[in-house]
Design a protein around this ligand. Structure first.
Ligand SMILES: NC(=O)c1ccc[n+]([C@@H]2O[C@H](COP(=O)([O-])OP(=O)(O)OC[C@H]3O[C@@H](n4cnc5c(N)ncnc54)[C@H](O)[C@@H]3O)[C@@H](O)[C@H]2O)c1
Length: 456
């Protein structure tokens, strides 16, 4: 039996064509039906750096945060105070997310927890008839992505992933340009994520764990660990995004690269690869406690093109697109832009930035044929989510579609972790062909009480 839930033709067409979808998610069940002018009530799970940015944004957009939930009560209290100041109403503070899921006045849940804590709350939320905004990367394993997609479809809920490039007008324009045939045939796509100071290092030094400590008062460390193997509390893991350096909690620096990878796959029409290979290692930061490499080079075979993904953490001279460029009519200096995608057509080369930065197309000698500035798309993405809660249309960054990109990301990590070999992948079965070691990484073991259920 084929396990994969195929991306439906309509979903693929709708999203590859960058047009918001039809009425596919009728509101039903326990949650209220939202009127056009009604204020949307959200619950925030995860009160760290990204949770704050999202909460501020959703309040700016006119929504209200009714609940905040975090494994650390200090973070939760600080967030509740902050939001009280912003919306003149203090959100309820809850240690157990179920309280928000049981409240029929909560319209949707915003999840901004570490990667190992994405699948379970998302699935529980849709089971409780809530729509979900879930931060990227959606899943920690391919199996989790299957279960999440299955649950979203089964309960007919809107689940938007924080893959905001999908809501960017300049990205939609790039898609139209490509679909018009102006680039010609594209047989090579290069995705870059080579930047200074990513999670494999601590400010340009090797990542050193230091000594374990007693968890700070207010932090439920066991809850924070969730389904991942138990280990003592390290402030270096909990704070400053340190957990991204460990496979138990994260997908490595694909955490960041997923934005460009997803953008590239969107532009190429949401294809699935048949093979992957990956090379890399801890070349520069050798004496490190981090699991993840500081250089990872991946290559994917698609039907009619090859895509490469280059993730690096040591070149100090590379730069992510600056905030100034993201918010103005400016282009990055492409050669040293850390987060770009290059599409090599038979007629023209397109270089496109993520989160703003726009795109250019070129022929020989650096002659620019077409160009477009771009803005950071966080706001249109959030607004698209809020609009879809009312219209019940399929959002940009729908789980089913982004899960396809996430699978590609997982493939590259599995290829790296199984020893830099070329692996052949059956995308219909969502399994590697004749490779037990690789297949063993499709799924992870959970500590019992935090298990993602087989039956969603
Ligand atoms: N889309 C984007 O542009 C973007 C940008 C930054 C981060 N992110 C994503 O946002 C997510 C969160 O990142 P962050 O920087 O805020 O991390 P963080 O470590 O700063 O915050 C995560 C919070 O989740 C809490 N938490 C952990 N387990 C929990 C649980 N079971 N219940 C409730 N709270 C729990 C932690 O205590 C912490 O306060 C990640 O997936 C990250 O990749 C997305």
């Amino acid at each position: 039996m084929k396990r994969r839930q195929f991306i439906s033709k309509s979903a693929r067409g709708v999203l590859a064509g960058a047009v918001a979808g039809g009425m596919v998610f009728p509101a039903k069940g326990r949650s209220r039906i939202l009127g056009a002018n009604e204020r949307i009530n959200l619950a925030l799970i995860g009160c760290g750096g990204r949770g704050e940015i999202l909460a501020r944004g959703f309040i700016d957009d006119g929504a209200e945060i009714g609940y905040v939930c975090d494994a650390h009560s200090d973070r939760m209290a600080a967030m509740a105070e902050l939001l009280n100041g912003l919306q003149n109403k203090k959100p309820k503070m809850i240690k157990d997310r179920q309280a928000a899921l049981n409240d029929k006045d909560v319209d949707a849940v915003v999840i901004a927890t570490p990667h190992h804590w994405h699948a379970l709350p998302m699935i529980q939320a849709v089971q409780a008839d809530k729509d979900v905004y879930l931060e990227k990367p959606p899943s920690l394993t391919i199996w989790e992505g299957q279960k999440m997609t299955e649950a979203a479809k089964k309960y007919n809920k809107i689940v938007q992933i924080g893959a905001q490039c999908r809501s960017a007008p300049y990205v939609h324009a790039a898609s139209e340009y490509i679909n018009s045939g102006k680039l010609g045939d594209i047989h090579l796509v290069k995705v870059f994520n080579i930047k200074p100071n990513p999670p494999c290092t601590k400010r340009g030094e090797p990542y050193i764990l230091g000594n374990p400590e007693k968890p700070p008062k207010g932090l439920n460390w066991d809850l924070w660990l969730g389904g991942s193997p138990s280990r003592p509390y390290y402030p270096t893991i909990f704070n400053n995004y340190g957990w991204v350096a460990f496979w138990d909690f994260s997908v490595g620096d694909i955490d960041d690269a997923i934005h460009q990878l997803d953008l590239a796959l969107f532009l190429m029409g949401e294809p699935t690869p048949s093979a992957v290979s990956s090379s890399g290692g801890q070349f520069h930061f050798k004496d490190t406690d981090a699991d993840i490499p500081d250089l990872q080079e991946c290559s994917f075979d698609f039907e009619n093109f090859i895509m490469t993904l280059e993730i690096g953490g040591y070149p100090a001279y590379m730069r992510k697109t600056t905030t100034t460029i993201r918010r103005n009519d400016e282009f990055p200096y492409w050669t040293q832009n850390a987060t770009r995608v290059e599409l090599y057509g038979s007629k023209e080369l397109m270089i496109i930035g993520r989160h703003g930065g726009g795109w250019i197309t070129m022929t020989s000698g650096g002659k620019i044929v077409e160009k477009m500035y771009g803005r950071v798309p966080d706001e249109p993405h959030r607004k698209n989510f809020l609009d879809c809660l009312k219209s019940r249309k399929r959002p940009y960054g729908d789980i089913e579609i982004v899960n396809n990109s996430m699978n590609v990301a997982h493939l590259s990590n599995i290829a790296y972790r199984t020893g830099n070999k070329k692996l052949y992948y059956d995308s219909a079965m969502e399994r590697f062909i004749d490779n037990d070691a690789a297949n063993s990484l499709l799924r992870r073991k959970y500590r019992d009480e935090y298990s993602v259920p087989d039956k969603v």
